[in-house]
Design a protein around this ligand. Sequence first.
Ligand code: SF4
Length: 329
Amino acid sequence: MTKKSVRSFSGARPTGRQHLGNYLGAIKNYVALQDEAECIYCVVDLHALTTMETTQNLRENTYDMALDWLAAGIRPEETIVYIQSHVPQVTELHMILSMVTPMGKLTDLPTFKEKVRNHPQNVNYGLLGYPVLMASDILLPKANFVPVGVDQAPHIEFAREIVRSFNYRYNTNVLVEPEIRITEVPKVLGIDGEQKMSKSLNNEIELAATPKETTERVMMMVTDPQRKRRSDPGDPDVCNVFTMHKIYSSPEEVEMVNTECRRAGIGCVECKRLFAKNLNENLIPFRARREELDKTPDTIWDILDAGAKKMRLIADQTMSEVRQAVGLP
Ligand code: SF4
């Protein structure tokens, strides 16, 4: 297959300024996939509403996330980047797909049960239909594959089941079963060294932080808990700073830390300074591009508008086929 003969779809909730966990877990892969497929990236603002208590920062968070994506290397000339609510066909398809989705399947999903546990005060209809809306996002552009971490695979399998139900019910092949592309998603721990990096846990390192702020966050990172004093030998295998060195430092530096930590030849302060320096160097091009883009915020909104326009054309085509298959008058 040629480079652009396959289409990939991914979506993410508008969470504002992105952090290292977002970058290493998703954005890096978003950028790389552009060399292989026609990519469509969606800011799923409607999904966000299902658990959101206030929409006060929705616009700002959408802008900041899109800005970070573009600064990191998403190329809008060849990749469609859009806001979910700007393509209303997604809600129409969601409604039609809901007719071939058994209620029991939705209430049985572990993700629904987890959300009910986490948001007992707001168990809304949208929360239940979340996987149907997600299927609609993917099926509207007839994506050939969806890159996901292994924990997200059941959602895509759910979308595949909906395709089979729909195509069987209406005796058609209009909808396309997306392949599940399992991507290696490294578990990026926060500066607490224990939990996954996340804004809500306040353990993140933001991509757009200044070099000084970044260094300060790195210096707060929890290291090998057994290493109490500088003279104690450490174990890099249990230290999150060492994990990050393996991503951002040269092989020689990784080797040096690996050896010297174990014989107390390097202290944690020095080790973190080295990582902070390498991380800041790595982020120079990202920060420069971000600063440039941020000078003209209209550019970001124009890119999102142009993406929605392209996506609406694709959606119109799919929806006319869907309506015909269903037999809507
Ligand atoms: S020297 Fe580096 S790798 Fe070793 S425990 Fe300290 S921060 Fe971690």
